[in-house]
Design a protein around this ligand. Structure first.
Ligand code: SF4
Ligand code: SF4
Length: 82
């Protein structure tokens, strides 16, 4: 999963780009739901939020490293529920 750091300027550019609806306005800055972020695996080659963020504040979450297989499993879980 990716994470949003406190450098976020609440510009709202990333939220509509997320194919998994994992991004939402948090109490102070935008937040990513790690249960929904597949790092865009299953949808795109590159994380879409990272591509559009003007201040480059969406790194990989070092506490939530996942393999491509795990991310694909998450994608399949999410899309199965829909
Ligand atoms: Fe959404 Fe992709 Fe960004 Fe994860 S990496 S929050 S799935 S846009
Ligand atoms: Fe924050 Fe970047 Fe998303 Fe804008 S695009 S809301 S700065 S994380």
């Amino acid at each position: 999963s990716l994470m949003i750091t406190d450098e976020c300027i609440n510009c709202d550019v990333c939220e509509p780009e997320c194919p998994n609806n994992a991004i939402s306005p948090g109490e102070e800055i935008y937040v990513i739901d790690p249960g929904l972020c597949t790092e865009c695996v299953g949808h795109f080659d590159e994380p879409q939020c990272q591509q559009v963020c003007p201040v480059d504040c969406i790194p990989l979450d070092p506490e939530r490293e996942e393999s491509r297989d795990q991310l694909m499993e998450k994608y399949e879980r999410i899309t199965a529920v829909e």
